[in-house]
Design a protein around this ligand. Structure first.
Ligand SMILES: C[S@@+](CC[C@H](N)C(=O)[O-])C[C@H]1O[C@@H](n2cnc3c(N)ncnc32)[C@H](O)[C@@H]1O
Length: 285
């Protein structure tokens, strides 16, 4: 029977050979999950042998990780804005970059007492909608997605995080027939599929081969969602309503001019800690 430390050492070697970055941390995280303990606690009982069921589970996790399946899908969880979210291959794994988007909206609206109507376009795991609902008590949120499976996961996450006030709805924004266009939203927020078809190849293998393609790319130049959401915002937003987007590196000029062309004013951007512009927003009218 292999002990904890022997298993970690062997697993690190296996994952390294398979080209997985940070192989030891990956090995430790998966074993800690199986043994329901913290990563560092593994070393407090390093000479404890693994039981047969633990060994088998660990072998399954390692084989999946060795095949480039993201750790978050294997563990069926990730953290976003201090909250835990269930994730699997049907949803994009929420990224820390998106927390900047959520934070900007929370800073503006968390103290406001009157109802704030928010639309989250392409909700995926529901991370944006749930984080906003948890932190803006007066928010009433509509969260839409084209994927039925993603919406089921988003609803599950809203329930697990005890979030009231989020209404999830199946909507294809390119084929919507009035479901969203005629509301009076105060805020529309979206982290849309923005990778262009040409740039898809440059993504890491575990992203492009494992995460849902329709969450990553629009299959074209990466701008069609921005165009469409700007168009929808013209009638779905209140007169001074705000439209917030996450954008990819170096895209602020392109997206800024799309917003201007649709008549959005007072356009602002914000950078992340690495100095990369990650979000852009503007006012309707
Ligand atoms: C980049 S992911 C964002 C997921 C999540 N909001 C986040 O920030 O991690 C984009 C989402 O848009 C959804 N989507 C793709 N095409 C759509 C469409 N035509 N109408 C509505 N949602 C769409 C995808 O299913 C996916 O969940």
């Amino acid at each position: 029977m292999l002990t904890i430390i022997e298993s970690i050492n062997l697993s690190e070697k296996y994952l390294k050979e398979r080209g997985i970055s940070e192989p030891r941390i990956n090995a430790e995280i998966m074993l800690a999950e199986i043994l329901s303990c913290k990563r560092l606690d593994l070393y407090l009982r390093f000479d404890r042998p693994l039981k047969e069921d633990e060994r088998l589970k660990y072998r399954e996790f390692l084989s999946r990780r060795g095949n480039n399946e993201p750790l978050q899908y294997i563990l069926n969880k990730t953290e976003f804005y201090g909250l835990e979210f269930y994730v699997d291959e049907n949803v994009l794994i929420p990224r820390p970059d998106t927390e900047i988007l959520v934070e900007e909206i929370i800073e503006r609206f968390s103290e406001i007492k009157t109802e704030i109507k928010i639309l989250d376009v392409g909700t995926g795991s529901g991370n944006i909608a749930v984080a906003l609902a948890k932190n803006i008590p007066s928010a009433k949120i509509a969260a839409i997605d084209v994927s039925e499976k993603a919406l089921q996961i988003a609803e599950r996450n809203a329930e697990a995080n005890q979030t009231a006030g989020v209404d999830f709805k199946l909507v294809d924004i390119f084929n919507s027939s009035g479901e969203i266009e005629t509301h009076n939203f105060d805020v529309i927020v979206s982290n849309p599929p923005y990778i262009s078809k040409n740039n898809l190849e440059e993504l890491e293998k575990e992203v492009k081969e494992r995460e849902p393609l329709n969450a990553l790319t629009d299959g074209g130049n990466g701008l069609s969602f921005y165009e469409r959401i700007c168009e929808i915002g013209k009638t779905a937003l209140n007169e001074n309503g705000l439209l917030f987007f996450e954008i990819e590196k170096d895209a602020e000029e392109k997206i800024g001019s799309i917003m201007q062309n649709h008549g959005y004013k007072e356009i602002e951007t914000k950078k992340d800690f690495a100095g990369i512009t990650r979000i852009i927003w503007g006012k309707n009218k």
